[in-house]
Design a protein around this ligand. Structure first.
Ligand code: SF4
Length: 369
């Protein structure tokens, strides 16, 4: 039996485009929604044969905003994927959702379609932060969506947060975390705002119209998240992810554990046996390729043994379990990380501390160098 794989489906539509976002997603392409769903069904037919003997342990509908699709399309898509692929009965099936795109009726429809887990983009309880992120929804509508999800029967809900945006203070971030924890979500993801040059926010920062995030402040905010979520019983199992016991995200664990995954949709990435490939990004081009009966592959790379080892190390270090210490180059280097307070030895492995996780990207560069 092959290792459990993940199935990712990219839905590149959003109500509006948030200024900080550099995902492959578009506002104003609503007329493509229906042909896009048809193309996803066709692409899954084209891809299924090569994955016939692979059990899928998770499906993740991401974007973009998958919940901009009508519920009938979601039902049809998920039914089709279950027919085309070997999706195990207990598979985790996640849909991302923007609070303004869902109500209880829609969420009940998602449950009936077999979605087991909802990931809601809450981002912040601070109205100033939501404004500077150009999020349409208010904190109240996000809370409303969370409560509707519980009423609809979602026993597994993630809340996504972003910290370090303009206008945020340690006090308002603490309040965001406290109000998030009070809702008792099963999982919390908290990401530092990063500025991507090719975004509206990136251009504003470059022009001096908006401040760049303050790295020291973001480090303090990360520390507050580690402290409050730990006190509330969440396990810090990956650099940016915390879960109640038994509620880690199976799908995202697959990426960090190096398990295979198949991505469907515009710009989606796939990985198996050391080969990584990705689909063409523009939705129109994607529709054209699939419409012509071709797999819409835009590029690929084959990892050599060294690249594969490095990638396994970098992904493994992001996880709470850490890695065997020989992966980082032996005892001397492990001693150095421990002495700097960046890592600890646990059960014969080397795992990053909260401080090490904060500096994960720098450490990864150090190890790669
Ligand atoms: S809703 Fe999410 S995916 Fe869509 S533009 Fe905003 S941040 Fe990007």
């Amino acid at each position: 039996m092959k290792p459990g794989a993940g199935l990712y489906v990219h839905v590149p539509f959003c109500l509006t485009r948030c200024g900080y976002c550099d995902f492959n997603t578009y506002a104003g392409l609503d007329h493509l929604r229906s042909p896009y769903v048809e193309a996803l069904l066709c692409e899954s037919n084209l891809a299924a044969r090569a994955w016939a003997r692979t059990p899928f342990v998770s499906i993740f509908l991401g974007g973009g905003t998958p919940t901009t699709l009508p519920i009938e399309a979601m039902v049809r898509l998920l039914d089709h994927l279950r027919k085309e692929f070997t999706v195990i009965a207990t598979a985790e099936v996640t849909s991302e959702a923007n609070p303004d795109t869902v109500d209880e009726t829609y969420l009940r429809g998602l449950r009936r379609a077999g979605v087991t887990r909802l990931s809601l983009g809450l981002q912040s309880f601070d109205p100033a932060v939501l404004r500077s992120l150009e999020r349409l929804h208010s904190a109240e509508s996000a809370v409303g969506a969370f409560r509707a999800a519980r009423r609809a029967g979602f026993g597994d809900v993630n809340l996504d947060l972003i910290y370090g945006a303009e206008g945020e203070t340690p006090g308002s971030w603490r309040e965001t975390l406290e109000r998030t924890i009070a809702l008792e979500p099963d999982h919390v993801s908290a990401y530092a705002l990063t500025i991507e040059p090719a975004t509206a926010l990136g251009r504003r920062v470059a022009a001096g119209l908006s401040p760049a995030p303050d790295g020291d402040l973001q480090a303090d905010l990360y520390g507050v998240a580690c402290e409050l979520l730990d006190e509330a019983g969440y396990e810090h199992y990956e650099v940016s992810n915390w879960a109640k016991p038994g509620r880690r995200c199976v799908h995202n664990m697959g990426y960090w554990e190096g398990r295979p995954y198949l991505g469907l949709g515009a710009g989606a990435h796939s990985y198996r046996d050391g080969r990584r490939w990705w689909n063409v990004r523009p939705p129109q081009q994607y529709l054209g390729e699939v419409g012509a009966g071709r797999l819409p592959v835009g590029g690929e790379e084959i990892l050599n043994d060294d690249e594969h080892r490095l990638e396994r190390l970098l992904l493994g270090l992001r996880m709470a379990e850490g890695v065997p210490e020989e992966w980082v180059g032996g005892a001397a280097r492990a001693d150095d990380f421990v002495a700097r307070g960046l890592a600890a030895r646990r059960a014969g492995r080397l795992a990053l501390t909260d401080r090490g996780m904060l500096l994960a990207n720098e450490l990864i560069l150090e190890l790669a160098g």
